[in-house]
Design a protein around this ligand. Structure first.
Ligand code: SME
Length: 156
């Protein structure tokens, strides 16, 4: 189980020592992937191309062909288009799903956002069906909010 309080604290300490979002995104993805055996693939996608495409920033797991995803496509692109987190308990029943690995059963996308502004998302795949709980989503949202805080600060 992810200890979000601890990870958010570590991310804030990185900010205090001058790390930029690049370092924070890598640390977050690595720590999330190591935290739970249900999390088989973890990645961070960032919104690029005038907010029309997601680009894969970094990941832990098997390589994916989906290094870029248009907004509106797949579970990842749908989350941005609909401005909401998406928890898919059974990917075989989701029409808007881009398959990476045939062993994946469920997927959770949590947006990295500051209010209405979306910077990107944390995407997690699991080989277990219905792997993700509301507690997972809340924990990942806390981490994503800290990432968004840094990304917002870098725009100044
Ligand atoms: N399954 C995602 C694509 C990204 S991979 O899971 C790494 C989707 O449907 O958007």
């Amino acid at each position: 189980m992810l200890n979000a309080t601890e990870l958010v604290k570590e991310l804030q300490e990185m900010r205090d020592s001058g790390y930029l979002s690049d370092g924070l995104l890598r640390k977050a993805v690595k720590s999330i992937a190591e935290s739970d055996l249900r999390f088989d693939w973890v990645g961070a996608y960032l919104l690029r191309e005038n907010g029309e495409e997601l680009w894969l920033h970094n990941y832990v797991g098997t390589p994916t062909e989906h290094s870029t995803i248009p907004v509106g496509t797949g579970v990842c692109g749908m989350a941005v288009q609909e401005k909401r987190n998406v928890n898919v308990p059974d990917v075989s029943k989701e029409e808007n799903y881009l398959a990476c690995d045939p062993d994946v059963q469920s997927e959770l996308v949590v947006l990295i956002r500051a209010g209405d502004e979306i910077f990107g998302q944390i995407d997690i795949d699991s080989e277990e069906e219905a792997a993700f709980t509301d507690e997972d989503e809340a924990a990942l949202q806390a981490v994503s909010d800290k990432l968004a805080e840094q990304m917002m600060a870098e725009r100044r």
